[in-house]
Design a protein around this ligand. Sequence first.
Ligand code: ZN
Length: 377
Amino acid sequence: MQPIAIHAAFDSGNIETRRISGAQAWLELRPDPGNAFKQWFHFGISGAHGRELVLKIGDLNNSAYPAGWPGYHAAVTEDRLHWNRATSSFDANEDGGTLTIRYTPSGDLAWFAYFAPFSLERHMELVARSAAAKGVGHRVLGHSLDGRPIDCLELGEGEKHVWLFARQHPGESMAEWWMEGALAKLTDHSDPVARALRKAVRFHIVPNCNPDGSFRGHLRTNAVGTNLNREWDNPTPEQSPEVLAIRNAMDETGVHFAIDVHGDEAIPHVFLAGFEGMAGLQPHQQAGFDRYSALLDAQTPDFQTRHGYPITPAGRGNPAMATNQLAARYGCVSMTLEMPFKDHDDLPDPVQGWSAERSSQLGRSCLDALYRWLKES
Ligand code: ZN
């Protein structure tokens, strides 16, 4: 029987094939430019003929987050529509750290990814569909280094400006699934919460801050290897035009409330990170963050407040990160929302793990919490 064949020359594809024997393959990840980060993968397999595939991704002790692999199961699909999980195991002592994925497709084809991908085509469909909805405006804030638009959707009639933005780190595709849920809710005229929110605030929504990195199959950087969430104090046209465009637009409107949507490789929970380390904050900012966190906790069992990043000591906040820069620059309540690549261990799903569907649902829940947050403030 023919050996399997492996390909990744498509939107968000990423894999290097070292060796194939029958239905078994030895693979490595292609790092972001500058060799700094590797963790994202997305590739297709043909010629499975119903055999059990054994896929070994090596050298993972040199990946960006080695702690992301224990307890992780790879995402798999056969129809490109529904993504489940394929049983995977990590051995730090095999070939520099190896993730072994085992999966038996029903037919010849299967695709594997670090998380259910959100393609550039789907991004354009999301932007087009949202922009066509009643009362929604679209503007291009600027362009990426590869010449892609930084799309921003604008809606609502209120005077307070709410900014929602995602995928500074392109491999965190759950962030754009979150956006798909949030935009579906906000453009649903039969949704009373959406109607009230649109009356109360003006939304500025950037579903994908890093289209180049997304298309190129990067984990954390843009076309030239810049980590956009380390550029917010000094973005440049050469290294980070995406951030420069977004921050200039924020300077025009000011910011009352902002969520920067991400995924975390290692922690199997949904959590928020704030701006505690920044100097010169107003008391209402931390109180506003804490109140939103409590409201979201009450809103959905897919969120929790026990697990997350350690609090940054006062005065040690990094102003190059969006949440910190926004809190200091605009005196607003800003936050980083983190979703897992693994699962949400408080409410696990053995079939799908944390999924595109639950990310979308969380986008809706975050808006429900925002409605209550605005009502009480
Ligand atoms: Zn991130």
